[in-house]
Each structure stands twice: as structure tokens, then as C-alpha cells.
Design a protein. Structure first.
Length: 254
């Protein structure tokens, strides 16, 4: 799958899934703008390659996202792929969540995706082509104890994806999402280490018996970005090792 001659933006590209996607798109020939609020992280990613350009962007501010997209068009003349990858979970029971935590999760997880989709549509629609990819989560499909704010935001990302796809179904611009399962990122590993039994015990509870890898999400992103996915639009694609296919456990009455 080639992205030769195309321009892509990946937000949250400083580590984990975002960094893997940026590398995979660049490897397929795209000119990639790797954006993150952590400037040093994306500069390290871009070091030694002409295909990746580092850019600082706080995606919780619409003006910065608009400027990011504008700079891509100004520098390369086009934007073909927009990957909205930023999100944050603040664990805790809903009754204890503060207004500040709620607003923070919404800003980083849902508003950032909205700003990215809107900015990308404004430059892609006149050209009649483009692929927008939002990174969602299985938390957006059902209730999860301690993840109410994050789950609500990701459910919003799912609907944002579908609504944008339906609104623009005849435009040539495709909008899809990827719903990763438990992926081996620094944040997830740190959380798993805090559990009884640590990482091995948590991995044993996963259906595949292991974490997914960031490059496995990146492979799905490359597919959605490419012409091979020309009739895939409005999809929320699970890449989760069958987690979303699993029937919920039903307690047997005693």
C-alpha cells in the first residue's frame, strides 16, 4: 500500500500508537507531520528522516489545530491523511469526578478529534479527496467501571466519525475510526504494573494472551489511509484481539 506523494498529519505522535502510525505512513511514502505537545518527543521521531517533520501542537485549542493543518497545506500544497490520535483517561468513579477532570478528558479526547476532523474537512472537501482517521477505544462501546468520563468521550468520537462520514459520503473524503484493544504503550504498561501480579497477570486475562503492539494499530491506519480502503467509510474498526466480540460474562445463579 503506497502513499507516495501524499501528505499526512498524525497528532499525539510523540510515543506509542501515534509514533507507530507516523513511522508506518512515512514508510509507505507519505510526507508526515508528526504533531505533539511534547516537542522533544516528535523531534526525536523525526531525526534522521526527511519524510517526518516535527511540529508542536496543543490539540485542545482549535486555533492551533487549524494552524497545523494550514501549515501542512502551505508547505506541501495538500493534506491527504489526518490522524486524530490524542486522548486521555482519568480513572475514578463517576461520583468522585471533578468538573476539571471531566473538562480535561473531553478536551483531550473528544474536542481534539472534533477540531481535527473539522480542520481537515475544510481543506479536503474542496479537493474532493482525503482520509480522516480517529483513534477511538473499546471504552466507547459500553460501560466500564472507573472509566465513565473516558468512555463517554470515546463514544462521542465514534458518533463524530459516523456523522462526518454520512454528511460527506459523496465528497470523496472518507472518515473512519480505529478502536484499539489493550495495546503495549507506556501508559498502559505503567497502569498494568500497578495491578496485583503486574503485567504478566493482566496479559493473562486478555483473549490473545498478550498486549497488542502499536505497529498493529499502525497497519490498520495505513490501510484506512490508502486507496485499498476506498469503499470503507464511517467504520469504527476494532483492532483488539477479539475483545469486542466476546460475549459478556453472565453470572450463573446459585
Amino acid at each position: 500500500m503506497s502513499l507516495e506523494g501524499r501528505t499526512a498529519i498524525v497528532t499525539g505522535a510523540g510515543s506509542g500508537i501515534g509514533a507507530a502510525i507516523a513511522r508506518r505512513l512515512a514508510g509507505a511514502g507519505a510526507r508526515v507531520i508528526a504533531a505533539d505537545i511534547r516537542t522533544e518527543a516528535v523531534e526525536t521521531l523525526a531525526a534522521g528522516t526527511r519524510e517526518v517533520t516535527a511540529c508542536r501542537c496543543d490539540v485542545t485549542h482549535a486555533a492551533e489545530v487549524d494552524a497545523l493543518v494550514g501549515s501542512a497545506v502551505e508547505r506541501f500544497g495538500r493534506l491527504d491523511v489526518m490522524v486524530n490520535n490524542v486522548g486521555q483517561s482519568i480513572a475514578g468513579w463517576l461520583k468522585d469526578a471533578t468538573d476539571e477532570e471531566w473538562q480535561r478528558v473531553l478536551a483531550l479526547t473528544l474536542s481534539s478529534a472534533f477540531y481535527g476532523v473539522r480542520a481537515a474537512l475544510r481543506v479536503m472537501l474542496p479537493r474532493g479527496s482525503g482520509s480522516i482517521i480517529n483513534i477511538s477505544s473499546g471504552a466507547g462501546f459500553g460501560g466500564s467501571p472507573g472509566l465513565a468520563t473516558y468512555g463517554a468521550a470515546k463514544a462521542g468520537v465514534n458518533n463524530l466519525t459516523q456523522s462526518a462520514a454520512v454528511e460527506n459520503a459523496r465528497s470523496g473524503v472518507r472518515i473512519n475510526a480505529i478502536s484499539p484493544g489493550a495495546i503495549e504503550t507506556p501508559a498502559i504498561l505503567a497502569w498494568a504494573r500497578s495491578l496485583p501480579g503486574g503485567v504478566p497477570a493482566y496479559e493473562a486475562t486478555l483473549l490473545p494472551g498478550r498486549f497488542g503492539r502499536p505497529d498493529e494499530i499502525a497497519a490498520a491506519a495505513l490501510f484506512l489511509a490508502s486507496d485499498e480502503a476506498s469503499f470503507v467509510n464511517g467504520a469504527v474498526l476494532p483492532v483488539d484481539g477479539a475483545a469486542s466480540a466476546r460475549m459478556p460474562a453472565i453470572e450463573v445463579p446459585k
